[in-house]
Write a protein that binds this ligand. Structure first.
Ligand SMILES: *Cc1c(COP(=O)(O)O)cnc(C)c1O
Length: 404
């Protein structure tokens, strides 16, 4: 390890808030599925910045769109129109089959905006008494880090000592439609849920769950809000994860890969009157919908479709899942995934997943543990069969080791 690498560690530790515990690698360059550290070592990125760089690092067409737009116009605020917003609306609406779009920046902002919108819809359209709106959410959810959102987290690390929190949320188990049915009241305005729980460890709900959820939302007149910030835009092998379930959400949240990792861009999409309840002055964002963000997002959506990344995610995801299932290691308790959103859950006796991630780093793979015993695997959607096969060899030799 070179001395400059040690400097990065020490300087970060000295000046930075310690709200992360990164793997010991300092990255300085990326291209496609690969990243390089400051010593020139190459790694296959199996995290993709939590699915934000689905299109691959520094995708040349997104880069060109960003540079070109940065030369022309970057920010106008929404006090004026800009010539990128209308085409962005048109293209994202066409891609996702939505009627209305609210552009924001981070994923958490999209979630917050959805919460505000469904509450407003509840009071002004459904007729819920003021201040009484209820939103149903799931245990082990991850929707972001703002105060509003962490208040309905069930993870003690996420919410501990950050209160007091906003009321108006009911928490039920994920994948349990009977629990949803029981939690509904006349004041329910929305059910906010991830199609697959990502941060919880790639938890896929039972077949038929979302069909029943959709029925309950429609029958009881409340909004199904799907947080597709991680699952959306091809990650699971379909444009939206809801397509695996054969349903349509009322409100869909996108972020992360919406910019291919170049810039924070998120969006609230609706196919009904929910976003129509927001009037001038009632919600906003200085950077939301800015021309640079719109140009980047337009290019990010275009390459996703034009370069067949969604189909590739389905194909390579199946290859990777099958290969991982074929690794006969006593350390492995479960392998699961959909498209290129996968996880290997280790037996608790096998040692901490972080230890395996560090061993993978030594073999040229960067992956991230979650919840102690699960290794999450989510490479960029541009990965090839040869790269999948190479990765499988590294996983096989690592997972058959014992770090307990
Ligand atoms: C990452 C993520 C968010 C939060 O996005 P930020 O851009 O980090 O605010 C929200 N929901 C889900 C499902 C996510 O994976």
């Amino acid at each position: 390890m070179s001395s400059s690498v040690i400097d990065y560690f020490a300087t970060e530790a000295r000046f930075g808030a310690h709200n992360y515990e990164p793997i010991g690698v300092v990255l300085s360059r990326g291209e496609g599925v690969w990243v390089w550290d400051t010593d020139g070592n190459r790694y296959l990125d199996c995290l993709s910045a939590y699915s934000a760089v689905s299109q691959g690092h520094c995708h040349p067409k997104i880069l060109a769109a960003m540079v070109e737009q940065a030369h022309r116009l970057t920010l106008t605020s929404r006090a004026f129109h800009n010539d990128q917003l209308a085409p962005f609306y048109e293209e994202i609406a066409a891609l996702t089959g939505s009627h209305k779009v609210l552009p924001m920046n981070s994923g958490a902002e999209a979630v917050e905006s959805a919460i505000k919108s469904v509450r407003k819809w509840g009071y002004e359209v459904k007729g819920v008494p003021d201040g009484q709106a209820e939103i149903i959410v799931c245990a082990d959810n991850f929707h972001g880090r703002t105060l509003g959102i962490v208040g309905f987290s069930t993870d003690p690390e996420t919410r501990g000592h950050f209160g007091p929190f906003a009321p108006g949320f009911r928490i039920i188990p994920f994948g349990d439609d009977a629990a949803l049915e029981q939690a509904i009241t006349p004041n329910t305005v929305a059910f906010l849920v991830e199609p697959i729980q990502g941060e919880a460890g790639v938890i896929i709900p039972p077949a038929g769950y979302f069909t029943r959820v959709r029925e309950l939302c429609t029958a009881n007149n409340f909004m199904l809000v799907l947080d597709e910030i991680q699952t959306g835009l091809g990650r699971t092998g379909k444009l939206l994860a809801e397509q695996h379930e054969g349903i349509e959400a009322d409100v869909t949240l996108l972020g992360k890969a919406l910019s291919g990792g170049f810039y924070p861009v998120s969006a609230v999409l609706s196919n009904n009157e929910v976003l129509g309840t927001l009037r001038p002055g009632q919600h906003g964002s200085t950077f939301g919908g800015n021309p640079l963000a719109c140009a980047v997002a337009r290019a990010a959506m275009r390459v996703l479709v034009e370069e067949g990344m969604i189909e590739n995610a389905a194909m390579q995801g199946a290859r990777l899942l099958e290969g991982l299932k074929d690794i006969r290691a006593n350390t492995v308790r479960d392998v699961r995934g959909r498209g290129l959103m996968l996880a290997v859950e280790l037996h608790p006796e096998a040692g901490r997943a972080r230890r395996y991630c560090e061993a993978l780093q030594g073999k040229g793979i960067l992956a991230k543990d979650t919840h102690g015993h699960t290794i999450r695997i989510a490479p960029p959607l541009v990965i090839t069969s040869d790269e999948v096969d190479w990765a499988l060899e590294q996983f096989a030799t690592t997972l058959t080791q014992d770090f307990s």
